[in-house]
Write a protein that binds this ligand. Structure first.
Ligand code: GLA
Length: 728
């Protein structure tokens, strides 16, 4: 059992292969955090230092003991109202409008297996692979009970946290702020790493020193957003890719969030991740329960590389689900950058023919096939086929594509509606618009009120109609704007709408998974605007960015790799000059970037030269050979494209027999100096043979000195080198 409670000291020990997490119920019933870090069997109780803190505030029952202050002590689930003035996990508004709250320990339970959550995604595991700890805290006056949930996956060095807020009192209260995860560090000098961005340039790595201020990332957009990812890493200032202590928090929630790191008055650091508190005022009636979204925690003493590996393993094997979870995904051709809105059966069939000829597996019909949709001003909400535009019934088109040996996939944007649509004309109140106010439009569209079940039901029915009568094997689920006019015509309390919206979204996605288990789902939100572990519970891959430029993708995919496995990253080869940047790169460099993901194409194949088509044939054959290693192997970042002149990364099979090295030269200069890139994770003391040249390399030297890159002096030269462990 990975969870132990010592009755005498009242200390909980959560132990994974390489980490230990400790907390203690103290004499007043407060749950104090003691330690999270390198594995130990000892306890860190002496960390609790008691010196005069009269100016910080002291709980009433501490009497005249001014050395006891919640403002100083490390805590598990800090709440506003007990004298802790730092950032908190929990803020409630009582029936009388006050925000008092005083959570004390009541009981706990330790169980084999991993808890699950009602209506929200959660890490899952075989009962033998995980344990659960439930700790009940209670605020006596309001009757609010908070059940803290801890899931421990010892083999993966993963601990999850979530919490249930139950109203066992007589009167309703409101949840104003709710974050499942808090880490307090009494000592340490830290950097915080966040992944900021924008549409078409998501998840840029940014490392900031934690000083005496609040570092805050988050989203007020109703989605996890392009602007910040709900994943952050707290690192010892000395930590690097390969060494040093670091901690990750990754949120399983696809709506607004807030992540904060603060250094307090006596240099203690607190890290909190949870729901966005703005526009949250969730009513909890007597007998009701509010579920706080789960956070995945991991600790690594071996730098960011190991930390990412832990997250990759967890998300790939314990968050993603379904038939495609670990399967190699079909190589697809998406119609968007090939045709944009100008699609019809003729051009789709032509594309499909070319694609089949080149060895692709699936044609995806992107935006433009439904309702009245020739640009982004109309049609969303009307999920029936525009046969006039398409030129034939969808089933006939799919038959033709299937006859070529290709699967067929379709784009949807179920959460959205255009004012120019039948759905909106019939149900204007289904859109989120505040009465008497003009709504804010985004991409010419409004957001449907997914907090209402009848809205979710109606859109689902439209989709079912289509899926039941057509052989659709893939769905791209898009979401192309942020939520602004937060209002539901049926909700009494508008402070619940954003959270209920996410529940509605998850309910819809869960129905799709249940009713259509054979369909591959790909998430999307203007590219990677909702790239989070919550979505990955329903869609095992997400379109990583609307930016398909191979060089920009190296940066975007570098940032993404810190928190998410390669199998989750939707990535395509597109045309040059690139439609987003105008940059021209060789088709090989584009394929190296796209192969670090689920791989596909998004361009007009008819415009390619014979040589380019031959290259594509080779690329697809190569990808099919390499895909098991790319998707199942261990991923290593070898360089940092933000600071190095080469972007390089690598995959190593679990048995260390197979290695795939990838690199793209980012800078070119006269008389280039030699570049050596150090490999990682090889077996020591053996030889690896380069498949392409037959050259044998000693593994220790590959890891100490590096693999030489022979520069032929052209911009964005790419390298894709396969190495096999040699028997000699
Ligand atoms: C978003 C997606 C694109 C494409 C368009 C269609 O921008 O990210 O890939 O599907 O919508 O409108």
């Amino acid at each position: 059992m990975s969870i132990r409670f010592d009755e005498k000291s009242r200390i909980f020990h959560l132990t994974t292969q390489k980490s230990t997490y400790q907390m203690k119920v103290d004499q007043y019933g407060f749950l104090l955090h003691l330690y999270y870090g390198k594995r130990t069997e000892q306890n860190a109780e002496y960390f609790l230092q008691f010196v005069d803190r009269g100016f910080s505030g002291n709980p009433y029952d501490a009497g005249d003991d001014t050395t006891y202050s919640m403002d100083i002590l490390p805590q598990e689930f800090p709440c506003r109202g007990n004298g802790d003035y730092r950032n908190t996990c929990f803020l409630m508004e009582n029936a009388d409008g006050s925000t008092g709250c005083d959570l004390r320990y009541i009981s706990h339970e330790i169980q084999a297996g991993k808890y699950s959550l009602c209506g929200l995604p959660a890490v899952y595991a075989d009962d033998r692979k995980a344990d659960t700890l439930k700790i009940v805290l209670k605020d006596k006056v309001s009757g609010a009970e908070v059940v803290l949930l801890y899931g421990v996956l010892p083999d993966l060095d993963i601990i999850t946290r979530s919490a249930l807020v139950k109203n066992n009192g007589q009167e309703s209260f409101f949840v104003m702020k709710a974050a499942a995860a808090c880490l307090d560090f009494p000592v340490g000098d830290f950097d915080i790493i966040g992944f900021y961005g924008r549409h078409m340039m998501e998840r840029n790595f940014e490392r900031t020193h934690v000083g005496h201020h609040a570092y805050t990332i988050g989203s007020r957009r109703g989605t996890s957003s392009h602007q910040h990812n709900p994943m952050m890493i707290l690192a010892d200032t000395a930590a690097t890719e390969d060494m040093g202590s670091c901690y990750a928090m990754s949120l399983l929630y696809s709506g607004g969030f807030e992540g904060t790191v603060e250094k307090d008055q006596i240099n203690q650091t607190r890290m909190v991740l949870g729901l966005q508190p703005e526009q949250l005022r969730y009513p909890v009636k007597p007998g009701d329960t509010f579920v706080i979204p789960e956070v995945i925690l991991s600790y690594s003493q071996e730098g960011f590389g190991r930390l990412s590996y832990n997250l990759h393993q967890c998300i790939r094997h314990h968050v993603c689900r379904g038939e495609y979870q670990t399967a190699v995904r079909p190589v697809l051709l998406n119609s968007w950058e090939a045709c944009y809105f100008d699609i019809n059966a003729d051009n789709l069939c032509r594309l499909a023919k070319e694609a089949a000829d080149l060895g692709m597996d699936m044609l995806v019909m992107d935006d433009g096939w439904f309702g009245k949709r020739d640009d982004d001003s109309s049609g969303l909400g009307d999920w029936y086929v525009n046969e006039e535009k398409l030129g034939m019934p969808l089933s006939e088109l799919i038959d033709k594509v299937n006859a070529l040996g290709m699967k067929f996939g379709v784009w949807f944007e179920p959460e959205m509606v255009n004012e120019d649509s039948d759905l909106y004309r019939k149900h204007p109140d289904w859109a989120m618009v505040i009465p008497e106010r003009k709504p804010v439009r985004g991409r010419n569209q409004l957001v449907l009120d997914f907090s209402r079940k009848e809205v979710v039901d109606a859109v689902y029915e439209q989709m079912r109609e289509l899926l039941n009568h057509n052989h659709i094997e893939y769905i791209k689920w898009d979401m192309n704007r942020s939520i602004c006019d937060v209002y539901s015509h049926t909700a009494k309390e508008q402070g619940r709408v954003l959270y209920d919206y996410v529940l509605g979204l998850y309910d819809f996605l869960e129905r799709l998974n249940r009713d259509y288990p054979h369909i591959l789902l790909e998430g999307c939100s203007g590219g990677g605007g909702r790239f989070d572990a919550g979505m990955l519970y329903y869609t095992p891959q997400i379109w990583c960015s609307d930016n398909t430029d191979a060089i920009d993708r190296l940066y975007i995919q570098y940032g993404t790799s810190f928190g998410y496995p390669v199998s989750a990253v939707g990535s395509h080869v597109s045309a040059v000059p690139n439609h987003q940047t105008g940059r021209v790169t060789a088709i090989d460099a584009r394929s190296v970037a796209a192969m670090s993901g689920t791989f596909g194409y998004e361009l007009d194949l008819e415009k390619l030269s014979v040589e380019e088509k031959d290259k594509i044939r080779e690329q697809i054959a190569e990808y099919k050979k390499l895909a098991p290693l790319i998707l199942n192997g261990r991923y290593y970042r070898l360089t940092n494209p933000f600071t190095d002149e080469v972007a390089a990364w690598q995959y190593v099979s679990e048995d260390k027999e197979e290695v795939l090295f990838n690199a793209v030269q980012l800078e070119i200069h006269g008389n280039m100096t030699p570049v050596f890139v150090r490999l990682k994770g090889l077996e020591r003391g053996v030889f690896y043979q380069e498949e392409q040249t037959g050259v044998l390399y000693p593994s220790d030297i590959l890891m100490e000195v590096g693999l030489p890159l022979q520069n032929e002096q052209y911009e964005y030269q790419f390298y894709q080198i396969t190495l096999h462990k040699s028997a000699n």
